[in-house]
Design a protein around this ligand. Sequence first.
Ligand code: PEP
Ligand code: CO
Length: 422
Amino acid sequence: MEQNLKVLSTLPPLVFAGEARALEASLAEVAAGRAFLLQAGDCAESFYDFTADSIRDKLKVILQMAVVLTYGTGTPVVKVGRIAGQFAKPRSSAFETVNGTQLPAFRGHIVNDDAPTLEARRPDPARLIAAYHQSASTLNLLRAFTKGGFADLEQVHMWNQQFVASSREGERYEATAAEIDRALRFMAACGIDLKAEETLHQVDFFTSHEALILGYEEALTRRDSLTGDWYDTSAHMLWCGERTRQLDGAHLHFLSGVRNPVAAKVGPGAKPEDVVAMCDILDPERKPGRLTLISRMGAGKVEDALPGLQVAVRESGHPVVWTCDPMHGNTFTSDSGRKTRHFDAVMSEISGFFAACRRSGTWPGGVHVELTGDSVTECLGGAEEIVEDDLALRYTTTCDPRLNGRQSLDLAFRVAELLREG
Ligand code: PEP
Ligand code: CO
């Protein structure tokens, strides 16, 4: 372990401090109610699902969602992936029982393997280095895709994947894309030189993950040569999970010491004074864009639990971004033993979040979702009406169930409607 961390501490940074500062500036716009944060990607990235196609398809669906939200609301969308480093999983129990055998829990490919054998579940420190290299390759491709023409707004039709294109959501997306085409042609006809407008041809796409394995994060924390400040160069943005946000805990302490924009999950048990104390730890300077709070209450709880927290945080003077994770409070195990979520519960939590924000006078700053570009059958419901028997068809996540391409697009259209109503 020590040896691997030492190696990590000598490897090049994955992101640069200036990029983290650019994200913070964008998030300050969200905090001010002038932009919306879309944070999305895998629950846990996999060492086995690591191809150009799968990275491209995840990016495609996020770009599609961003277009739907931007075009549908006229609000800029800050795009942050749960990608290029989202490898570590906190677990509620240290063991699980598979076919009658008790096994150590799977903790993400940065720690152990998900195969249900004792051998596979043994932690292997060499995985720290493998996770770093996979993150570097993923980020390399993301940079190429987002800056090298693929994310050009003139390619907006190309992001619709085949299996989505023929669906109702896909057709709705095509209609939006056609309107964008028309708008671009209109601008060109008015004499605007579209080629010269750099922002039309590339996007800013940032990376994030849960800062869980502190040895890994620390080994990648470096002093910025420009400002002398410390940045965790494993990702642009890091968050603290619901299970590790103890006020006197190591995770908040670590995040308080780096200058990246940071976030923390806030579950239904959070007390207002504890959330304010957490803000004091993570953002003592009350700097807009520094801190994002990710509400993950559960569909039935958010409307009651959230407004009081939001009021307490505002009264404490912390200019945080409030965003909604509608996934982690709505997970249950189906009769077949698979973890799943219902699309209706996900949408219901998002509606509840918007209602809570309206009640407390807070800008609904964004959504944080687990998704994949593939046509998986992991979450129930949606326009395809996935039912329990379908879960076995294409259930490939190594951890939590993800929205598939169609469900993700559907969600974006509905969020755009909610934002417009607000
Ligand atoms: C997650 O985001 O994958 C996660 C484990 O969330 P939480 O900490 O909110 O349970
Ligand atoms: Co998850």
